[in-house]
Structure formats: structure tokens, C-alpha cells
Design a protein around this ligand. Structure first.
Ligand SMILES: Nc1ncnc2c1ncn2[C@@H]1O[C@H](COP(=O)(O)OP(=O)(O)OP(=O)(O)O)[C@@H](O)[C@H]1O
Ligand SMILES: [Mg+2]
Ligand SMILES: [Zn+2]
Length: 443
């Protein structure tokens, strides 16, 4: 309660430097500060700039505690910039594990507490995961990042503004919920929604339906809402993150070869290693081979090349920016470790291969029963003359690719062609290499 005398003693004064100074009761001060924080226009600073200037990594959560550097995992920059971009409503990250996805989520939260206060919701697969994120990731970030200290009430102050799953800060609040808890998902209007590990969410939150859709409904009243969906994928057909990625502009990280300069997406097919004279694998010789000039990149060369990479979209932008990454991009993983993981996964059978495909390649796993067999594919074959568009074709698109496999031989493209009922009307193979820099598109 504010007493009448407190009200009378309180005033707003404009100093000669035109800065707003507040005098009066602490309660009034806090109320006005909160109101002003909401009115403040969002800053020009992007989330990656904010992190580079302010964020500290905590020893509980990181092997490299101390000042955050986006350049440590360069691909994080484009992802955080997309979250800062006013034209982007949804950001989707589908990737292998341990590439720094949750840290991107943490930076989004930290930035909005400090620079652009808003009602925020972080959704984790279960309420237990929500508590773990709050205690092990969020609280240490606030403790160690100077500009966040003091913005969230001290956990010991018992003023109700700092509970494990609900935090208040000037101009906003953070609600942390488990996707298995429908009441949490249906609680408040939200401007920034961050859903981590969406492929581990239950099919339905209680009897209420898809937890991601329930959470998204919280954001509908905000014109400047932002939705971030993050996950390592699971099974083809039931993967939420793959479905979201396919709706996006499907960005992949293109890396220039340090030898020939050709930009390429890093794929597992290009990771090679030797065998000894007995035919035993030597994963310690694993290296990346350029898809064009075949130069071998050892780990240090690969990391240096990745730091010069850039995101390129495969599909038109419609408000959803999608990002795909596999473990080859990770600055923390040596290819030797990936090769060892692959060999033991292959020896272990389908279940362990599924884990490798999901968590190392960042791809969905197709159960062998669901994979199209050759007879079914054969049955789908049609004949038409090269250079003609088959009946039913309404759009003609052109494309160019330089990677090893021709479009119709790549299993990924085969599947994509089938899904979109697309077909190759013609193709032209250039018997020489065209450097990306000299490619021009003319309509
Ligand atoms: N830019 C960075 N600089 C230094 N360390 C980083 C950076 N980004 C992430 N890390 C560290 O890498 C580790 C993995 O990060 P994070 O937990 O965000 O990955 P993830 O992709 O969410 O993994 P998972 O799939 O297992 O959830 C953490 O210890 C994190 O602190
Ligand atoms: Mg994570
Ligand atoms: Zn090359």
C-alpha cells in the first residue's frame, strides 16, 4: 500500500541532462521503473551481440566457464540473429546433441530479461526437466552474468518473485513448465516462447492435446511474438522438429574449403578413415574430405573452415527460419570420436544406429519396416521424354548442385521428390567445376 503522504512526497523530475530521475517511495519507484521498462523500445543490439558483451558461462554447465564468445561456435550467430529479427516469427533448430542449442535458448532468455522485457515461457519435456533447467542452467547464468544480477529477486528473499518455476523481473516474467503439465501450459499470455527438446514431449499434455500447440496459443495476442522450437530429432513421421523444419526455409551451414574455396554442407559421407593391413578400422585417422577437390581436413582445419561458414536457405522464407546442424559442425567433437561412435553403433544394430542418426547426424530415423522397398519404388516408375513436363506439373523450377551425388541418386532427394510429387524433367551435367563466386542466376 502507498500512503497519501508517500504519494504527495513522490515526484518525477527531469534533470538538465534530460534524464528521468525518480524521487519518492521505493514502491512507487519500482512501479514506475517497471512501467517504463515495458515502454522502452527494443534495442538495436542482437542477441549474439548481447551475449558477446554480457553473458558469462557458469562452471556448473560449461567446460569453458567465463566470457561467452559466439565465435566459439560460429553457427550460433545466425540462429540468435534470426531470433532478434523482427521479420521472423518462428525459429526452428533441428540438430545433433551438444552443439549449443540450449545455450542459444539461455541467451534469448538473458537478453530479454536485460534488454527487452517480456512475458517469457520456457517449455521442457517434463516438469522435472523444467526444474533442472531452472536450477542448473538459468540460476547460474543469472548469478554469473553481471547485468542480470539483481534483476531476479534473491531466492532467499521469499517475496514470491523467485520460485523455481516462476521468476519475475522488471517489465516481465519467466514461466518454466513441463510439457507433461497442461495447467502450466495454459497459464498466461506469452510473448517469447522457447520450447527445448520438443521431440521428447508427450503426444498430449494430459488430455489437452499437443503441448506445443497449447503453448503457442499463449502467444496469439502479441503481434511481436517469437516462438523458438529446438530439438534433436527422433523417428521419421512422428518427429515434431522435422515437421517444423520442413515448414521452414531450411537453412544449412555452408563451409568454404580451405584448399579450393568451394562452399559445401558438411555430410557424414565425406568423413573417411583408414583401415590397417588386417582390415581393422583406424578411427584415429578420421578426417573430412572436400566434396570437390577431395582435400583432407584434419580437425583443426575443419574448425577453422567452419568459423568462416554461413547459413544458406533451401526454401523460400515465410516467417519461419529453420536451422539444421550435425555433429561434424561441433567445435567440441573430434572426428575420431564420431567414427568410433559410428562403428560401435553399427555393431550394435538398429537401436544403437538410431541413436547415432538422431544424436550425431541430427536426422530422423526411419524404422526399417517403413523404408520403401525397391519393389514399391519400381512400381512408382513412370516413363516420359526428357525435356517435357509431365501431365499435372504446374510449376517449373530450376536448380543447380555441385555435391557428389546427382539429384536422382541422392536418397534424401528421392524421398523429397516423392513427398512433393516432384520429378526431374531434365538435367544437365557440367563436366567442369563452377566456383560459387562466378555463379549468376538469370530469370
Ligand atoms: N559459444 C559457446 N562457448 C563455449 N561453450 C559453449 C558455447 N555454446 C555451448 N557451449 C557449451 O557446450 C555444452 C553443450 O551446450 P548445450 O547444452 O547448449 O548443447 P545442446 O545442443 O542443447 O545439447 P543437448 O542436445 O545435449 O541438449 C555446454 O556445456 C555449453 O555450455
Ligand atoms: Mg539442450
Ligand atoms: Zn576443396
Amino acid at each position: 500500500m502507498i500512503s497519501r503522504s508517500q504519494k504527495l512526497n513522490s515526484k518525477l523530475t527531469l534533470t538538465t541532462a534530460s534524464a528521468l530521475t525518480l524521487q519518492g517511495s521505493p514502491i512507487l519507484k519500482r512501479t514506475v521503473t517497471t512501467a517504463l521498462a515495458v515502454l522502452k523500445p527494443p534495442p538495436d543490439l542482437t542477441i549474439s551481440d548481447w551475449a558477446d558483451q554480457n553473458r558469462r558461462l557458469s562452471s556448473e554447465a560449461s567446460a569453458e566457464p567465463g566470457q561467452w564468445r559466439t565465435s566459439r561456435a560460429e553457427y550460433q550467430r545466425g540462429i540468435m540473429e534470426a531470433v532478434s529479427d523482427a521479420a521472423t516469427e518462428t525459429v526452428v533448430i533441428m540438430s545433433s546433441s551438444q552443439v549449443g542449442k540450449t545455450e542459444v535458448v539461455n541467451n534469448c532468455v538473458g537478453y530479454h530479461i536485460d534488454q527487452d522485457p517480456a512475458p517469457i515461457m520456457v517449455v521442457m519435456p517434463t516438469e522435472r526437466d523444467a526444474e533442472t533447467w531452472s536450477k542448473d542452467r538459468f540460476s547460474p547464468m543469472v548469478r554469473d552474468t553481471p547485468c542480470l544480477q539483481g534483476k531476479i529477486a534473491d531466492p532467499r528473499s521469499r517475496d514470491g518473485n523467485n520460485k523455481i518455476l516462476h521468476k519475475r523481473f522488471p517489465g516481465g516474467h519467466l514461466t518454466i513448465v513441463g510439457a507433461n503439465a497442461p495447467s502450466g501450459l495454459a497459464s498466461r499470455p506469452i510473448r517469447l516462447l522457447l520450447c527445448d527438446e520438443v521431440d521428447r514431449y508427450p503426444f498430449s499434455a494430459g488430455a489437452e492435446g499437443d503441448p506445443v500447440n497449447l503453448a503457442k496459443k499463449r502467444t496469439v495476442t502479441f503481434w511481436n511474438r517469437k516462438i523458438v522450437l529446438v530439438s534433436t530429432p527422433t523417428n521419421k513421421g512422428s518427429s515434431r522438429i522435422e515437421a517444423a523444419f520442413e515448414e521452414s526455409d531450411q537453412r544449412r551451414f555452408w563451409v568454404p574449403c580451405p584448399v579450393c574455396g568451394l562452399e559445401q554442407v558438411l555430410t557424414w559421407e565425406q568423413v573417411k578413415w583408414d583401415k590397417d593391413e588386417n582390415g581393422d578400422h583406424r578411427p584415429e585417422t578420421a578426417r573430412y574430405h572436400c566434396a570437390d577437390c577431395d582435400a583432407a581436413w584434419m580437425d583443426e582445419t575443419r574448425w577453422a573452415a567452419i568459423s568462416k561458414g554461413r547459413w544458406i536457405a533451401d526454401a523460400p522464407f515465410n516467417g519461419t527460419a529453420g536451422f539444421h546442424l550435425n555433429e561434424i559442425y561441433s567445435p567440441w567433437i573430434r572426428l575420431e570420436a564420431m567414427a568410433k561412435a559410428f562403428l560401435s553403433a553399427r555393431a550394435g544394430g538398429d537401436e544403437t544406429m538410431k541413436t547415432f542418426v538422431n544424436t550425431s547426424l541430427g536426422e530422423t530415423w526411419m524404422e526399417s519396416g517403413e523404408a520403401p522397398d525397391w519393389q514399391r519404388l519400381q512400381g512408382l516408375k513412370e516413363q516420359w521424354r526428357a525435356g517435357t513436363v509431365p501431365a499435372g506439373g504446374r510449376r517449373v523450377r530450376g536448380g543447380a548442385g555441385q555435391l557428389g551425388l546427382s539429384p536422382e541418386r541422392s536418397p534424401r532427394n528421392c524421398e523429397r521428390y516423392a513427398r512433393h510429387r516432384a520429378c526431374a524433367a531434365d538435367q544437365l551435367i557440367l563436366p567442369f567445376r563452377v566456383p560459387a563466386s562466378s555463379c549468376k542466376i538469370q530469370a
